[in-house]
Ligand binder design. Structure first.
Ligand code: PXP
Length: 244
């Protein structure tokens, strides 16, 4: 089995900071701690409403982060300008507004192909490797191919929010989608809503080479600390995927 990388999303360290307008807890310090304790990359989402990560977090993290930065952003020219200037190794384009989303919550690439393609082109020209965050939907897969993005992140939110037969059906859909996406030449990632209890079946899908996990790791770290929370999720990944 191929190795499975873990990207740790530190947005919600900033959520706690922003709740009080303090300088702590610092997501940059959290990113450095995560990188020293098993994170293969650091994911941050600079939202248009700046509800958690701020521009200065990206500016402070960029020169010191010892692992690649994966910058999540909306598909707007202002956000793409920021990505082009900051040049993170990875950019993941995500939906923020309702009209940019498919029913499952991923980016509606098919409905916004010209603007998504232009963003991919500008970010690639700046040296960023671009992923599209999409639902496991064949219509979005075909559009993603046309956009020129080399990577896809499968939205696992519906999988995480369901149980029983509905969850099993979504898992099967994700597994088939990952196979098709890899066959089309994409590098395949997954994320959203994953935790120690539900990560196993996703980690077992062999075409998926990276998981991006945030909320559950940061929440768990309140009780056991960030290094132990990362170790716990890595152990759950490794149990499902022995090379992880
Ligand atoms: N991947 C992407 C593209 C995301 O937008 C998010 C959440 O913002 C995540 C992964 C992480 O999701 P969670 O915080 O639920 O683990």
């Amino acid at each position: 089995m191929r190795p499975l990388r873990l990207g740790v999303n530190v947005d919600h360290i900033a959520t706690v900071r922003q709740a009080r307008g303090t300088a702590y807890p610092d997501p940059v310090a959290g990113a450095l701690l995560a990188a020293a304790n098993g994170a293969d990359s650091i994911t941050i989402h600079l939202r248009e409403d700046r509800r958690h990560i701020q521009d200065h977090d990206l500016a402070r993290l960029t020169p010191v982060c010892p692992v690649p930065i994966n910058l999540e952003m909306a598909v707007t020219s202002a956000m793409v300008d920021i990505g082009v200037a900051a040049k993170p190794k990875y950019v993941c384009l995500v939906p923020e507004r309702r009209e940019e989303r498919t029913t499952e919550g991923g980016l509606d690439v098919a409905g916004n192909l010209p603007v998504v393609s232009e963003a991919c082109e500008r970010l690639a020209a700046a040296g960023c490797i671009v992923a599209l965050f999409i639902a496991a939907d064949p219509i979005q897969l075909a559009a993603a191919k046309a956009s020129g993005a080399p990577q896809l992140e499968i939205h696992t939110g519906h999988y995480a929010d369901t149980t029983g037969a509905e969850q099993a059906a979504e898992l099967a859909r994700i597994a088939a989608f990952a196979r098709d996406a890899e066959a089309m030449g994409f590098e395949v990632h997954a994320g959203h809503g994953l935790n120690v209890d539900n990560v196993g079946p996703i980690a077992a899908i062999p075409e998926i080479v990276e998981l991006n996990i945030g909320h559950a790791i940061i929440a768990r770290s309140l009780f056991i600390g960030l290094p132990a929370a990362i170790a716990e999720i890595r152990a759950a990944m490794a149990a499902a995927r022995p090379t992880a």
